[in-house]
Design a protein around this ligand. Structure first.
Ligand SMILES: NC(=O)C1=CN([C@@H]2O[C@H](COP(=O)(O)OP(=O)(O)OC[C@H]3O[C@@H](n4cnc5c(N)ncnc54)[C@H](OP(=O)(O)O)[C@@H]3O)[C@@H](O)[C@H]2O)C=CC1
Ligand SMILES: O=C(O)[C@@H]1CCC=N1
Length: 268
């Protein structure tokens, strides 16, 4: 079985979620992981103590011997990094997880024929429950695709999309966990205003979310599930009326559009 050597450039939250996932679920496919960042030395020490990876301040020592280079740096740090990387790329699969980056910039800035891919994960990668989107550049062979699949399978489920779909779904799978956590925070806050203790508020809200998601996972329709809760002439209808009057649909749509628009601006 082919085992891959992976260089992870960037040692932040998403990088950790990804290499931790690979170490947890894909060890049989991974020969070694090297992690680097820009300047936070303490972070590399922390990672080295916690995980079975090699850390380095100089990725140049390793780049010639890896199969995959995974970029987990901010979108705005890509141009500079790609300029530094380009002379060292000789057929390695280069993957970015950055919002808004797309394949074009990678193909344009890296040597001709470099296989590139764009993955949009979310933070549930940390527990192997991401739903990741991915799209492949024009020079990705079946062998590169297998490498990519090892990476995305290490962090949860994954769906191959067009590049345009990854752009448009970034808000919905990448950022929406933050919207859901904000919703959670408000419910907990109000429960506490009613005198419920924080731990109790947490337990109530989390189990409510868990049960609701479990019903969705069984394939039930959200509109039908909503209707089941909304007893005719009952109390939920009063709440839904406020959401509708205050433009909940529109707020959420605008939230998604603004997130995606910001992602597309990242590389302008
Ligand atoms: N957080 C999320 O939910 C998601 C994030 N993403 C994408 O993941 C990427 C990383 O995000 P996140 O982990 O949240 O960000 P963090 O700020 O946590 O991490 C960024 C990392 O990049 C490193 N870095 C920056 N420039 C360089 C460089 N030139 N060479 C080496 N390392 C460098 C930083 O190192 P140092 O600290 O030393 O400066 C840091 O380790 C972003 O592009 C984001 O769009 C995608 C989907 C979801
Ligand atoms: O907020 C961000 O920029 C990243 C990308 C998608 C989710 N988090």
């Amino acid at each position: 079985m082919k085992r891959y050597r992976v260089l992870v450039i960037g040692a932040g939250r998403m990088a950790e979620a990804i290499f931790a996932g690979l170490l947890r679920t894909q060890v049989e496919y991974v020969e070694g992981i090297v992690v680097t960042n820009r300047r936070n030395a303490a972070r590399l020490v922390e990672i080295e103590e916690k995980y079975d990876v090699t850390v380095t301040h100089d990725w140049r020592e390793y780049i010639g011997s890896v199969d995959v280079v995974l970029l987990s740096v901010l979108p705005q740090d890509h141009r500079e990094l790609l300029t530094e990387l380009a002379p060292h790329i000789r057929g390695q699969l280069v993957i970015t997880v950055a919002a808004g980056i797309g394949l074009g910039l990678l193909e344009e800035m890296l040597p001709a024929n470099t296989p590139v891919a764009w993955v949009m994960p979310n933070t549930a990668s940390r527990i192997g429950e991401s739903i990741s989107l991915y799209t492949c550049g024009q020079h990705v062979s079946p062998a590169h695709r297998r490498m990519l699949e090892v990476i995305v399978a290490g962090i949860g489920e994954a769906v191959e999309c067009t590049e345009e779909q990854v752009h448009n779904l970034t808000a919905i799978t990448g950022s929406a966990p933050a919207f859901l956590y904000l919703f959670t925070e408000v419910l907990e806050e109000v429960a506490q205003e009613y005198g419920v203790k924080p731990e109790m508020a947490r337990k109530l809200v989390v189990q409510m979310l868990f049960g609701s998601v479990a019903m969705l996972q069984q394939g039930e329709e959200p509109a039908k599930l909503r209707d089941d809760v909304t007893t005719p002439g009952g109390v939920t209808a009063a709440g839904i009326e406020v959401l509708e009057k205050r433009g909940f649909h529109d707020i959420l749509r605008q939230t998604i559009y603004a997130t995606n628009a910001r992602a597309r601006e990242m590389m302008d």
